[in-house]
Write a protein that binds this ligand. Structure first.
Ligand SMILES: [Fe+2]
Ligand SMILES: [Fe+2]
Length: 158
């Protein structure tokens, strides 16, 4: 109860927040680098953490929220799934492109960073507060376990 009042992230919400911070740091590092090889390594690292995060989050959290009785939860989950698809396309584009030191690549990487920042900001405000109202703390803890298991599996499958 106190946790909810203070807005402390319980269970899955704490796992998600941790991942968001890690990815934000990697994205910044990638954009700040001017070395094509380093950028290539970083986009791979980002892909292998961001995509499993997004997929596990969809499977464990969004799918449940799509069935919520609250319209704001359903709307958040549906929009979020769509945003994940756009983020995934942008990651694929960055991996595919050869000249990772070009201005074009820098611009595309910046767009990815903006997409992720926008998505995460909505997720941690609207998404988290809807999740807190849809699920009690015990459920959020259980969803956290499921999220971690699914994400690890997806990461191992590469
Ligand atoms: Fe997320
Ligand atoms: Fe998300």
């Amino acid at each position: 109860m106190l946790k909810e009042m203070l807005g402390i992230n319980t269970g899955i919400l704490s796992d998600l927040h941790k991942d968001h911070q890690e990815v934000a740091a990697l994205l910044q590092k990638m954009i700040d680098s001017s070395d094509a090889r380093e950028r290539g390594d970083l986009i791979k690292e980002i892909a292998n953490s961001l995509l499993p995060h997004a997929h596990a989050e969809q499977n464990v959290l969004y799918k449940r929220m799509e069935k919520s009785e609250q319209e704001a939860s359903r709307k958040f989950a549906l929009e979020g799934t769509n945003e994940h698809a756009i983020v995934e396309k942008q990651v694929e584009l960055l991996m595919r492109e050869r000249d990772k030191a070009s201005e074009r690549w820098t611009a595309e990487a910046t767009v990815l960073q903006e997409l992720v920042e926008h998505h995460v900001a909505e997720e941690e405000s609207t998404g988290f507060s809807q999740a807190r109202s849809d699920f009690d703390s015990a459920t959020l803890e259980k969803l956290g376990e499921q999220f971690r298991q699914q994400k690890e599996k997806l990461m191992a499958a590469g």
